[in-house]
Design a protein around this ligand. Structure first.
Ligand SMILES: CC(C)(COP(=O)(O)OP(=O)(O)OC[C@H]1O[C@@H](n2cnc3c(N)ncnc32)[C@H](O)[C@@H]1OP(=O)(O)O)[C@@H](O)C(=O)NCCC(=O)NCCS
Length: 221
């Protein structure tokens, strides 16, 4: 276990208990990251789909594993209080299934976070994507004091859009961008703290939050 005095994110653990298997999110989980790289290598989506604005999955399985590892280590090593990304390894019933991210720029002033996620193909469609997003939203709103959360998904990604809408996000405009050399439209979505507080919030357990708060909100009272 990496001590929090070496890295403020080292002990962060978010758990959402569930009858079909608890959902656990951890950062700085090197053993879990090795398993996550293997999940990525096995595949995240079909060849005809591209859910990501940066098409990092368009490569062979070994390279996908390396990119996953590098991405996590990159967020872990490059954070500042002004610009940070928490990349969680997600386990369902103890098995590594995918990843959930939470990131922000100038969070101390804006209090706005963005999320991103993927699950291995074999782990999709079982409710885990909704549960891990709910867990990270609990961390953002109730733990870090966020006032809003944003998400984006291409219009041809109904599962990601369904997860957001189920959790109370509202549409926040469309954006045109380029995917594999063609125009694609993405839906921006937004969830504000009052809507989150008014919704059906899950019971979530958070460990290791204090060092994270001190690192990301150093001027907070
Ligand atoms: C997006 C992702 C994280 C969602 O996780 P998941 O565990 O598969 O999602 P869930 O099972 O929690 O929920 C999926 C929702 O989509 C709905 N859904 C599934 N297929 C659908 C379709 N074709 N049309 C409309 N809704 C659909 C389900 O009914 C469910 O909604 P509900 O809970 O309100 O019934 C996962 O599918 C994934 O990793 N996809 C590939 C990568 C990706 O798209 N990442 C996000 C980039 S923005």
């Amino acid at each position: 276990m990496i001590p929090a005095r070496l890295h403020p994110f080292a002990g962060l653990r978010v758990v959402l208990p569930h009858a079909d298997g608890d959902v656990e999110l951890r950062t700085g989980d090197l053993a879990g990251l090795v398993d996550l790289a293997a999940v990525a290598a096995r595949g995240v989506h079909g060849p005809e789909e591209m859910p990501f604005s940066v098409p990092w999955t368009d490569c062979d399985p070994d390279e996908r594993a390396r990119r996953t590892f590098r991405w996590h280590v990159g967020g872990w090593s490059s954070w500042t209080a002004q610009d940070w990304r928490l990349d969680f390894v997600v386990r369902r019933a103890g098995v590594v299934v995918g990843t959930q991210s939470l990131e922000a720029t100038d969070f101390g002033v804006l209090r706005e976070v963005s999320t991103g996620s993927w699950l291995g193909r074999e782990h999709q469609g079982r409710g885990t994507g909704s549960l891990m997003r709910a867990a990270v939203l609990h961390l953002a709103f109730d733990g870090l004091g966020a006032s809003s959360a944003r998400s984006d998904a291409f219009l041809d990604n109904p599962r990601s859009l369904a997860v957001s809408r189920r959790l109370g996000y509202r549409d926040d405009g469309l954006a045109r961008t380029v995917r594999r050399g063609r125009v694609v439209v993405s839906q921006r979505l937004r969830l504000d703290a009052p809507q989150w507080a008014a919704g059906e919030r899950p019971a979530v357990h958070v460990e290791g939050l204090d060092p994270v708060l001190r690192a990301l909100l150093p001027t907070a009272p």
